[in-house]
Each structure stands twice: as C-alpha cells, then as structure tokens.
Design a protein around this ligand. Structure first.
Ligand code: NDP
Ligand code: GDP
Length: 330
C-alpha cells in the first residue's frame, strides 16, 4: 500500500525538495498549508511537484488544524519543517518565532500523541542551537548548546520536546541538527541567495553594489537537495536518534562572495560594501559540523561542494533576472 507523509513547511525550501524526494520514492505527500495573502507554491512548481502534493489548510499555532491534517493524511511519517526560520527576523518578532518555531513543534507532538502515537516524527533542528561556543570549534551530537537568537532558543525548545516525547510517551521522534543548506530555492533574505541574486543583477547591469553585514562569519554550507535525504534516512532507522548533518567544511561569507563573483568574472572587492544595519544583536561566529555519526549510521554523504552549490544558484538567478529584465523591456 502507498505510504503517506505529512509535511509542515511544505512551501519552504526544504519542503519542496523533500516533497520531490518522497514522491520519487512512491509516497503520497500531504502538506500543511498556512493561509497567506500571496501565492506560496512557487518552489513546489519549480521542482514540478505542485500538482502532485495534496494540501491541507492549517497552521502550526493551531493544534486542531494539525489534528485534522493527521486525520485526513493518515501519515506514517510526519516531517515538521515549518518555522519562522530567519534568524534576523527572530529579534524583531520573538514571540511569533517562539510560537511557530518552538511551540509549533510541541503542537505537532501533541497532535501525534492524541491521534496515532505510532507516527514517526522528524524535527528540523538546527546548528543555530550551538550558537556561540568557541571552545567547541567542531560541533557534533555531543556538543553543548548555547543558542544566540530567539530563533535558536525556540529551536532548542522544540529539540528537547521531541526527545522528551520519546522518553515520556515512546513517540518515535528524530532530530536532524542540520547546518546551513542552500539552493536556488533559498529565501532571498539568507546571505547565500542574497549574494547570488546580487551577482546576477550586477553581471547583467541592473545593480551596482551589494550591501552586507558581518562578512567574517563562517558557515558550513551544503545543498538542500542532499540534506532532505538525511531526514528520510533517520525515519527508516529502528530507533529514533539525533544526527548532525553537515559538510565538515566552513567558509567565511567573504570567501563565499569571492567564489560567487569569480564565477561571472568579477572581483567581489569592487562591489561588496559593509552596511552595519545588517549586523546582528548577537552573532554566531563559526559553525562547523561533524557529520561522522550520520555517515556511519545512516550511510549519508554530502555530495555537493560549496563551489558547485554557489554556481548552481548563480545560474538559476541569472535566468530569473534575465526573464525579469525581458518583461520590463516589453
Ligand atoms: P523556509 O523558511 O524556506 O520554510 C519555512 C516553511 O514554514 C514555509 O513553508 C512557511 O510557510 C512555513 N511556516 C512558517 N510559519 C508557519 C506556521 N505558523 N504554520 C505553518 N507553516 C508555517 O525554511 P527551510 O525550508 O530553509 O527550512 C526548513 C526547516 O529547517 C525550518 O524549520 C528551518 O528552521 C530548519 N532549518 C533550516 C536550515 C537551513 O539552512 N535551511 C538549517 C537548519 C534548520 P509560508 O511559505 O507560507 O511562509
Ligand atoms: P543563519 O546562519 O541561519 O543566520 O543564515 P544567514 O544566511 O541569514 O546568515 C549567515 C551569516 O551571514 C550570519 O553570520 C550573518 O550575520 C552573515 N551575514 C553577513 N551579511 C549578511 C546579510 O546581509 N544578510 C544575512 N542574512 N546574513 C548576513
């Protein structure tokens, strides 16, 4: 019989890649669709799966809507990817972030407990939970947490709730501590996509400068398409567990800019300027993950280098900006 999966955050970057991945594996995919005033299906359409998923209206802050979604979807696997996921915004909307990113996970766990405790649950944990820990330059499943933003704090609540619901009620809950992962479907507010979009605009002559904040911050960047496989692999194990998913390489924002501008034959120094308004109230200076456990237990491997990833994103942005310019000139 066809297996069903329910995904919250299905309209986001990972939701789109995971939908495609599960559909290709033969799953029937349902998504919890939050009501918005503008269309949000573009990422699913980009991957050609917008008509292959079934949407159920609901919101992470409304536990009744999650229960209703479970009744309709009858999932064997439940992936909680929904969140206010942008660190910068979390200082401006800390309560909203706590409600969707933190409490939302608890609502999912409660909905599972009340309907069918056998559903396997995936929680989208994050390297932002490690935050500011200079004494631990390489972060693994045993590294202590020290979140540095309302987003990180909210995710840590969701992380421990997932572990607690396993220890308390035997709900099969896995936490994937995923380090930053990007793609052509990444939100424009995140630094990689902000850079690749600007590189495309500068190359095509529709922009002069790129304004950034702290370009000395270091991140461990991978490709979202590679990382969603790890989510699925975790739920195929006999026991739930916590896994770090990362590339094991870290790069400054500055060096990432250099890779991006070089791809189109430009020097980033001629275009990047610092705008202190992009500095954060508290910064996470370095993220570098150790994916050894996932490699050994799940057989998961990162496949895409940062250079390949950035080039893929720039090529997609060049196409988008060219199409935009064409429409403007019509
Ligand atoms: P996105 O920001 O692209 O997607 C977030 C999704 O959550 C969107 O579908 C959004 O819906 C949905 N959402 C937001 N609020 C609610 C709500 N109240 N009720 C229902 N749905 C809601 O995130 P990503 O795809 O990049 O990330 C997926 C998950 O993984 C997130 O939880 C993120 O925090 C986490 N994560 C991401 C990392 C990364 O580098 N990408 C790293 C580690 C963890 P809408 O489209 O309508 O706004
Ligand atoms: P995060 O790791 O989830 O916060 O992902 P982001 O892509 O938003 O930010 C990664 C790093 O880039 C952080 O250390 C930011 O401070 C840094 N950064 C520098 N300039 C910018 C900018 O203009 N926008 C964003 N989003 N981040 C920036």
């Amino acid at each position: 019989m066809e297996k069903s999966a329910l995904i919250t955050g299905i309209t986001g970057q990972d939701g789109a890649y995971l939908s495609k991945f599960l559909i290709d594996k033969g799953y029937k995919v349902y998504g919890l669709l939050a009501r918005r005033s503008t269309p949000t299906m573009w990422r699913l359409a980009y991957l050609g799966v917008d008509r292959k998923v079934e949407m159920i209206e609901g919101d992470l802050s409304d536990v009744t809507s999650i229960i209703r979604a479970i009744h309709i979807a009858q999932p064997v696997e439940f992936y909680n990817l929904g969140a206010q996921s942008f660190v910068g915004t979390s200082w401006n909307q800390p309560q909203l972030t706590a409600l969707s990113t933190g409490f939302g996970a608890l609502n999912c766990l409660e909905a599972i407990r009340l309907t069918n405790p056998k559903i396997k649950f995936y929680q989208a944990s994050t390297s932002e939970m490690f935050g500011g820990i200079p004494a631990y330059p390489l972060q693994s499943e045993t590294t202590p947490f020290y979140p540095r933003s309302p987003y990180g704090v909210s995710k840590l609540f969701a992380h421990w709730m997932t572990i607690n619901y396993y220890e308390s009620f035997s709900i099969f809950g896995c936490c994937g501590i995923l380090f930053n992962h990007e793609s052509p479907l990444r939100g424009i507010e995140f630094v990689t996509r902000k850079v690749t979009d600007a590189v495309a605009r500068i190359k095509l002559g529709v922009r002069d400068k790129l304004y950034l904040g702290n370009i000395d911050a270091k991140r461990d960047w991978g490709f979202a398409g590679d990382y969603v496989e790890a989510m699925w692999l975790m739920l195929q194990e006999d026991e739930p567990d916590v896994y770090v998913i990362a590339t094991g390489q870290t790069t400054t924002v500055r060096d990432m800019c250099q890779i991006a501008f070089e791809h189109v034959g430009l020097n980033y120094r001629d275009y990047v300027e610092i705008d202190p308004s992009f500095y954060r109230p508290a910064e996470v200076d370095v993220l570098l993950g150790d994916p050894t456990k996932a490699q050994i237990k799940l057989g998961w491997k990162n496949k895409t280098s940062l250079k390949q990833l950035i080039e893929m994103m720039i090529e997609a942005d060049l196409k988008r900006v060219k199409a935009e310019v064409k429409v403007q000139n019509m």
